[in-house]
Design a protein. Structure first.
Length: 176
């Protein structure tokens, strides 16, 4: 019983430290990470159904093309390669979506606040998910030093993705 209490206290201290530092919490289970991936896909589909999403679907504007390419680089929602490699692509989607929101906000009246809010939701969810994926240790790794090395080694950087085949089988996709 004392060992279980010590383990609980250690976990509580770790969570308090994480919350104070504003660091993302790792996913407890693979199912949680998969569901978060699917939630982002649903949010993207909701935005794509807005007037803004429909208008930008065929846009060749650089920012829209970058978002589209970043979206196409996302792994399948079941994260077959695990959490680490998916962190960078989700962060890239967040970065590009935020860029579009910022540009659109600089042109008042072009898009409705609800359309902008829908894309901002995609950006927020993708950023949060990317951070949590980066903080989630792959099976067999333990401790912060190993985590940092694993994230650097396994997570691609959120640089602009290169164009390529758009959809992997089994992945829900909606073009921007």
């Amino acid at each position: 019983m004392a060992a279980a209490q010590n383990q609980n206290l250690t976990e509580i201290r770790r969570l308090h430290s994480t919350l104070r530092s504003n660091a993302p919490l790792p996913y407890a289970t693979r199912d949680d990470a998969v569901e978060a991936s699917r939630e982002i896909a649903r949010a993207f589909q909701a935005w794509a159904g807005t007037d803004m999403g429909k208008e930008l679907a065929s846009s060749t504007h650089r920012r829209v093309a970058e978002l589209r390419e970043a979206w196409q680089q996302l792994p399948p929602s079941d994260l077959p390669a695990g959490p680490g490699p998916a962190a960078g692509p989700y962060s890239a989607v967040a970065e590009h979506a935020r860029g579009i929101v910022a540009q659109a906000q600089a042109q008042p009246g072009r898009f409705t606040p609800s359309d902008l809010a829908a894309l901002q939701t995609v950006a927020d969810l993708a950023e949060h998910h990317g951070g949590r994926l980066a903080a989630t240790l792959p099976p067999g790794l333990t401790g912060p030093a190993t985590q940092t090395a694993a994230v650097k080694q396994r997570a691609p950087s959120p640089a602009a993705a290169t164009p390529g085949p758009a959809v992997r089988p089994g992945t829900p996709r909606v073009s921007a």
